[in-house]
Design a protein around this ligand. Structure first.
Ligand SMILES: [Fe+2]
Ligand SMILES: [Fe+2]
Length: 212
């Protein structure tokens, strides 16, 4: 559908991601400082990504072009969820209950509060696009941080692989938004507007062993 991001995207770009504010190294320190808690939070993020993808099919039944991409995405997210659960179990931990996800909740709230959106489907696709993009950036940071410290090469490779998946997912959601609206310029304008809002949310949230 001719909707892949170009090398010079029309929104503020952080290594090809629609992000204004890079995550601080202090976040990586806080996250890797309690790997058990990080893995539990991360596992639930994967679970929520899978269910959010499938949830789109029930919420927008008039959009059959969502079915195949969301089936593929949900399968990948469930694989990531399983990998996280296996890591938690190998470390003698427990999955437990899902922690609160203030980042996604706040992102949804601010998108809804901000009037000039792309409509319910377009904005929902872009919320998912931002979550995938921020996750991609943070997995890259975790991998780089582990490499720099010479720590746990295998875990670094895991994060590197997930960063590549989340990169694909962010481009999938953007492409679906472009396809749904048939207006790449409008979608990219909305991405550019919302990148600042996403950065504010990231700045407001406390650092800790959480993905967001
Ligand atoms: Fe994932
Ligand atoms: Fe994803």
């Amino acid at each position: 559908m001719g909707s892949e991001p170009t090398t010079a995207p029309p929104w503020p770009s952080l290594e090809g991601l629609p992000l204004v504010r890079p995550t601080s190294e202090a976040w990586a320190d806080a996250a890797l400082g309690d790997l058990d808690a990080l893995l539990v939070d991360h596992a639930w993020c994967e679970y929520k990504a899978a269910t959010a993808g499938l949830g789109l099919l029930a919420r927008f039944p008039g959009e059959p072009h969502l079915i195949r991409p969301m089936l593929t995405l949900a399968r990948e997210e469930m694989d990531h969820f399983q990998e996280c659960v296996e890591r938690i179990e190998r470390r003698g931990g427990r999955l437990g209950a899902p922690p609160a996800d203030r980042y996604v909740q706040t992102l949804r709230g601010r998108f809804a509060a901000e009037g000039k959106g792309l409509g319910a489907l377009g904005d929902t696709l872009l919320i998912n696009a931002f979550v995938e993009a921020r996750s991609c950036e943070r997995f890259r940071l975790l991998a780089e941080s582990l490499e720099r410290r010479g720590r746990d090469e295998e875990l670094g490779e895991f994060y590197r692989r997930l960063a590549d998946s989340e990169w694909r997912h962010w481009t999938t959601f953007r492409a679906l938004a472009v396809g749904a609206l048939d207006d790449p310029e409008r979608v990219d304008r909305r991405i550019a507007e919302c990148a600042g809002m996403e950065a504010e949310i990231v700045a407001e949230l406390p650092l800790g062993p959480r993905m967001h």
